[in-house]
Design a protein around this ligand. Structure first.
Ligand SMILES: *Cc1c(COP(=O)(O)O)cnc(C)c1O
Length: 453
């Protein structure tokens, strides 16, 4: 079967996630056939630097034989067994221990899922069950944020703050409300980032006052919003959110699906921001995407209730703690540990990337280029002085993204922001290439814009 036929077959049979299929079929799907280190190759043999680590997930890079071998060994020994009826497998049990060992010591229990979305559904049920068991069954409401992303199951879409998702199939789950996001560039007005961080956190306090703390189970946020555009909150934001949750006896949920496992230069994103969540869904970097697996990390005070007071927790997936996925994750975490990738991101390649990425701020199109570790957001601006953004119709991000692709670099775009999230093993030369090609994309967009204006 020649690979060149695959695009036609794909158009005939394959509905893609988050895609306008008519437009995609007209253009043709790009078929990716191979990966090595920080690079991927398509069916035409073209090589790309993957500045997005697949979908925020390939932390250890592609082509790791150690993971392939660990998976192969596990497949041969025991391809599947469940964790439902008083059993577990060595890899699931050891993975729970290993994950707990990288928290600050208070997230000692793990519930396994197959994805981030399932982790979202899982912590939502845990939060409500927790308050029921505590004799507070009326504490059910969850406060989330506009432009947050928590997955694509019904609960994931409802908790996420993506208007287009709510509009398409309804927000679905009762008892979910949203507040604003800490997006200073777009919404900070005349305030300094620090002042705006406090103002954005105050929205939580106001919402709690409006609804009543006695009705609220939890607040959820990504340490840094990923799909929303790599929105890095001002430093004042998370400590204030933490204080408000504690004062009102509301569970704090940190969605670590992207930020976990080294991306921000700590094992978990909340460690970077200095807060301690009660629940933390993870996925993506847990296995570097080699096999699907997610989990919810559970703080001692919640686990204690779940274990000692709830009795049966009626929740679980056929593949919770799947031994082969767990074996892949264990080997992935061993690589992250042995190669000191978290420290590398914090002390070495993260700062290198940050400096290179920030150098793009001298470009006429760029309002701000910021990062934490290897998560970068680049804000384009129609007017740098007034922080005026581009409109949806400009679709500038997609334009820049396409030019970058033509030049051998994968980035993601949301509206007028460019998003970067390369593998944690990316080299300095590869970072230089990323920034060089991003500049080519920006130059091309600038030129088109000049012609148009
Ligand atoms: C990707 C993502 C999810 C959903 O994970 P899936 O594995 O796609 O279901 C949830 N939360 C965040 C922050 C994510 O980035």
């Amino acid at each position: 079967m020649p690979l060149s036929n695959l695009a036609a077959i794909d158009a005939a049979h394959h509905i893609h996630p988050f895609s306008d299929m008519k437009a995609l079929n007209a253009k043709g799907t790009r078929i990716i056939t191979r990966g090595e280190g920080s690079h991927i190759y398509d069916s035409a043999g073209k090589k790309y630097l993957d500045g997005f680590a697949g979908l925020w997930c390939v932390n250890v890079g592609y082509g790791r034989q150690e993971i392939t071998e660990a998976v192969n060994r596990q497949m041969n020994e025991l391809a599947y067994y469940n964790a439902f009826f008083g059993t577990s497998t060595p890899s699931a049990t050891l993975l729970a221990e290993k994950i707990a060992g990288h928290t600050d010591g208070h997230l000692n229990h793990v519930f396994f899922t197959n994805s981030g979305s399932e982790a979202t559904d899982t912590w939502l049920r845990i939060a409500r069950v927790y308050w029921q068991a505590k004799g507070r069954p009326e504490k059910t409401v969850v406060i989330a944020r506009r432009n947050g992303y928590h997955g694509s199951t019904v609960a994931g879409a409802a908790l996420g703050g993506m208007k287009h998702m709510h509009e398409q199939a309804g927000a679905g789950v009762p008892g979910i409300v949203h507040i604003g996001q800490p997006y200073w560039y777009a919404e900070g007005g005349e305030l300094s980032p620090e002042e705006f961080g406090l103002k954005a956190a105050k929205e939580l306090e106001d919402k709690i006052a409006e609804i009543g703390a006695d009705k609220i189970a939890a607040f959820v946020g990504e340490p840094i919003q990923g799909a929303g555009g790599v929105i890095i909150p001002p430093e004042t934001y998370w400590p204030e959110i933490d204080r408000i949750c504690k004062e009102n006896d509301i569970l704090l949920v940190a969605d670590e699906v992207i930020c976990g496992f080294g991306r921000l230069g700590e094992w978990f994103g909340h460690q970077h921001f200095g807060v301690k969540p009660d629940l933390a869904p993870v996925a993506k970097g847990l296995s570097s995407g080699y096999l699907p697996i997610g989990a919810v990390l559970i703080a001692d005070r919640v686990a204690d209730v779940l274990i000692n007071e709830v009795g049966d927790f009626f929740h679980g997936f056929t593949y919770s703690g799947h031994p082969v996925s767990a074996a892949a994750a264990l080997e992935n975490l061993r690589i992250i540990e042995d190669e000191k990738l978290v420290e590398r991101v914090r002390d070495d390649i993260g700062p290198y990337f940050g400096k290179a990425w920030k150098s793009l701020e001298d470009h006429d199109l760029v309002g701000q280029a910021e990062n934490v570790g290897l998560m970068g957001g680049l804000q384009m601006a129609a007017d740098k002085m007034t922080r005026q953004r581009f409109g949806k119709a400009d679709d500038l991000g997609s334009y820049v993204r396409n030019v970058c692709l033509d030049n051998g670099l994968v980035l993601r775009a949301t509206g007028d922001r460019m998003l970067a999230s390369p593998p944690l093993v990316i080299t300095e030369e590869e970072v230089d290439f990323m920034v060089k090609v991003t500049r080519i994309g920006l130059d091309a967009a600038w030129k088109v814009r000049q012609d148009y204006v």
